[in-house]
Design a protein around this ligand. Structure first.
Ligand SMILES: NC(=O)c1ccc[n+]([C@@H]2O[C@H](COP(=O)([O-])OP(=O)(O)OC[C@H]3O[C@@H](n4cnc5c(N)ncnc54)[C@H](O)[C@@H]3O)[C@@H](O)[C@H]2O)c1
Length: 445
């Protein structure tokens, strides 16, 4: 029997696309250069020639200057890479291993909005050649790649999937604001149509991560695994959010309960809070969409979504109750909301639940000012029609720390006191000041 290393060597020798990519004969393309696509394209460009395509010329112009429009990547990471940024889809013809990383959001009715994915599939299809690979990384429902994307690839290329070109799915696990679990360090799940294509796809991805490759048994399994990773998080957060509502009624401190329970070896320490962004609050709806098509109405997933989607209402009501209990008329009150992005330490304000929270506070007549040095005031205006306060002066009846960016996690009590009226409320939504506030009315959930 041949040695395992010899078997590996034979496999690598048989890999046509991987070898051609490694030698520089062929190139990788990445379509959609956002949170997921840009870091991936830059990693790929350390090893292969890369055509990095985005349909937004303004974003391409920034990347050509070494600037990440999402503000996640430093300028020096653009240096010395074999990468061509382009907004011309015809440039995709220069590549043979196509990766699709476009957004997969939901619409107003919370139904998957697939137009970017389908447009990107058509763009790639127009450049598809015999022997090419198409790998999807966008989060989708199980079956989407083979049942919905392949017909578009075939129609627009005149080629046959599995025969003329090969298909793969490799879900992205990027976590915005997280500098530890980056694309080059995490386990990368890969899947493909057959054994040979799975080897090729694994070989390509194994170049960019030191975290290892996990070969999923099928494309559908990989799609399903991705969508449940975030659905599980959503449900766990929904559970602690519900506990916060219950314990408040019981007059018990939720944080103290969670800290106490966390002393058990297998208790999972989730924290209550708002669930916004493009993944945790969105991906369950992809699973739901497919599930409903199959005639099944999920109960657990939906109830978790309902809790998380309405948490801002509960927080707003709680703050109004706190103000009232201090003798402050909400209609005459002024509140400062600190932090606007969908999570800590990111600039992205899209899908942030903080704006829903602000709207709810206003429905009680509260006057709200908002501040977030990470949020672009022009974007806040464009997306939400709101004005950001540059430097808050107060005094406010309450300060609501909604998104505790690093620089908001270490404010002095004196500073907070200056912002607040006498007897004002400091509402610390994520409990980052637990045990550190001596004199203020400090409220945590
Ligand atoms: N952001 C995350 O934390 C994260 C994590 C894991 C997985 N994902 C998934 O990865 C995918 C991409 O998300 P993202 O956060 O990187 O999106 P994003 O909104 O940050 O960026 C998407 C980019 O794609 C471009 N684009 C849109 N349609 C295009 C098209 N037809 N052709 C070319 N370019 C196009 C946009 O101009 C933009 O630059 C989604 O499916 C998302 O669910 C995101």
């Amino acid at each position: 029997m041949p040695e395992p290393a010899a078997v590996e060597l034979v496999k690598i020798k048989q890999m046509r696309i991987f070898n051609d990519l490694e030698s520089g004969l062929k190139a990788v393309s990445v379509t959609g250069l956002g949170y997921v696509g840009l870091p991936l394209a830059l990693q790929m460009a350390q090893h292969f020639r890369v055509i990095a395509f985005d349909r937004c010329p303004a974003r391409i112009e920034m990347m050509n200057r070494g600037k990440d429009p999402s503000n996640e990547i430093d300028a020096d990471e653009f240096e010395g890479k074999k990468i061509e940024f382009t907004s011309d889809e015809a440039d995709l013809r220069k590549a043979h291993f196509h990766i699709v990383t476009v957004p997969t959001p939901i619409d107003q009715r919370r139904v998957p909005e697939m137009s970017a994915l389908f447009d990107a599939s058509r763009s790639v299809a127009k450049s598809l050649k015999k022997g090419d690979y198409v790998i999807y990384e966008s989060t989708v429902y199980p079956g989407c790649t083979e049942e919905d994307c392949v017909p578009l690839l075939e129609e627009n290329s005149g080629l046959k999937s599995g025969v003329d070109f090969k298909l793969g799915y490799s879900p992205e696990r990027i976590n915005p604001g997280d500098k530890i679990h980056t694309v080059n360090k995490i386990v990368k799940v890969v899947s493909a149509q057959d054994e040979q294509s799975l080897e090729e796809v694994s070989a390509v991805y194994s170049k960019i991560t030191s975290g290892g490759i996990y070969k999923a048994p099928s494309i559908k399994v990989a799609e399903a695994a991705k969508v449940i990773e975030n659905t599980q998080r959503d449900l766990n957060i929904a559970f602690v959010n519900e506990l916060a509502i219950i314990f408040q009624k019981m007059g018990i401190n939720t944080r103290e309960v969670l800290e106490t329970a966390s002393t058990k070896w297998n208790f999972m320490p989730f924290k209550p809070g708002l669930v916004g962004g493009h993944c945790i609050g969105v991906d369950p709806y992809y699973l739901l969409y497919k599930t409903r098509k199959l005639g099944y109405e999920p109960e657990v997933i939906l109830s978790g979504r309902r809790i998380n989607d309405s948490m801002h209402l509960w927080v707003a009501k709680k703050l109004v109750q706190l103000l009232t209990s201090k003798g402050v008329n909400p209609v005459k009150s002024k509140v400062l909301v600190m932090g606007l992005s969908f999570k800590e330490n990111v600039t992205d304000i899209r899908n942030s639940k903080v704006f829903d929270l602000i709207a709810e506070l206003r429905s009680f007549g509260v006057e709200v000012e908002m501040v977030d040095p990470l949020a672009d005031p022009a974007e806040v205006k464009k997306l939400y029609g709101e004005s950001v306060t540059e430097s808050p002066v107060g005094p406010y009846d309450a300060v609501l720390l909604a998104v505790p960016h690093r620089f908001y996690s270490d404010l002095s009590e004196e500073y907070l006191q200056k912002l607040l009226k006498a007897d004002g409320v400091f509402f610390d939504l994520k409990s980052v000041y637990a045990g550190r506030i001596k004199n203020l009315n400090h409220y945590m959930i």
